[in-house]
Design a protein around this ligand. Structure first.
Ligand code: HPA
Length: 248
């Protein structure tokens, strides 16, 4: 098994890591089934980096149907120990407007009906992992340091609310999430973070704010065109940041 310095899971609007050299594709099978697509492993700054598109490279898998267990298990099987999750999100509170990059430090899980643990099968070990700090604090600190070193502006902290989707939220749902303390809303943050902890992977979220969440901005409607344009604009510095992060 080759050493993988960093694994990256791309979200909506981020389907490749164009900066990877000498890419090899791996069709991985896991005890939990197949991941969302091939894992692309290549070199970035001389370091081996793995990339997986969470929704599939053609964005064909909706959030509630992603095999989160297989995705993370595939990365671990290939030798990854650290996973940077890119999550496209809506912004709820003032500091989290469109095109902001954020590294949240907390989450609230509003999803339901997803396979959310490795303990699903009969006979599997019962795990009660600590999850007080859902993102690995030392790895979060590395992400923030890499952002600083590469001149990428990033919000330190914030609470990610994971919703079921695939529809966007009602204004009342977002108002409730704001009262709960959420700054960001997305559909894929859970069960991924919890499973990463169960698998013993270091895990941090880099949230890309694509739009104001329902009822938070001026727009009458949230469109995919707006979401994709803002993700593209906000992602310009990501290959450099990921390259820096892969270094150590
Ligand atoms: N809500 C949930 N998920 C999202 C949003 C949103 O407003 N924008 C991008 N992903």
């Amino acid at each position: 098994m080759e050493h993988i310095a960093l694994a990256v899971i791309g979200g909506t609007g981020v389907y490749t890591l164009a900066a990877l050299d000498e890419v090899r594709s791996h069709e991985v099978q896991t005890a939990y089934g197949a991941p969302s697509g091939p894992v692309r492993v290549g070199l970035l700054n001389g370091q081996r980096v793995a990339f997986l598109a969470r929704h599939g490279e053609g964005h064909s898998i909706p959030p509630h149907r992603i095999n989160y267990r297989a995705n993370l298990a595939a990365l671990k099987q290939l030798g990854a120990t650290r996973v940077l999750a890119l999550n496209t999100v809506g912004g709820i509170t003032d500091n989290f407007g469109p095109r902001v990059l954020a590294c949240p430090d907390q989450l609230i899980d509003y999803t339901w009906g997803r396979i959310s643990t490795l303990c699903e099968e009969d006979g599997s070990d019962v795990l009660h992992v600590d999850f007080g700090h859902p993102y690995t604090p030392s790895f979060r600190a590395r992400v923030l340091a890499a952002a600083k070193a590469t001149g990428v502006v990033m919000q330190d902290g914030g609470c990610y609310g994971a919703t079921q989707g695939p529809r966007l939220e009602t204004n009342a749902e977002i108002a409730r999430m704001r009262r709960d303390g959420c700054d960001l809303v997305g559909m894929t943050g859970m069960p991924e973070a919890g499973l990463a902890r169960e698998l013993g992977l270091e895990y941090a979220c880099l949230a890309i704010v694509a739009n104001w969440a329902a009822g938070c901005g001026e727009a009458e409607e949230i469109t995919m065109a707006e979401v994709l344009a803002n993700v593209e604009a906000a992602s310009a510095g990501l290959p450099t940041l990921v390259g820096e992060l892969a270094r150590g």
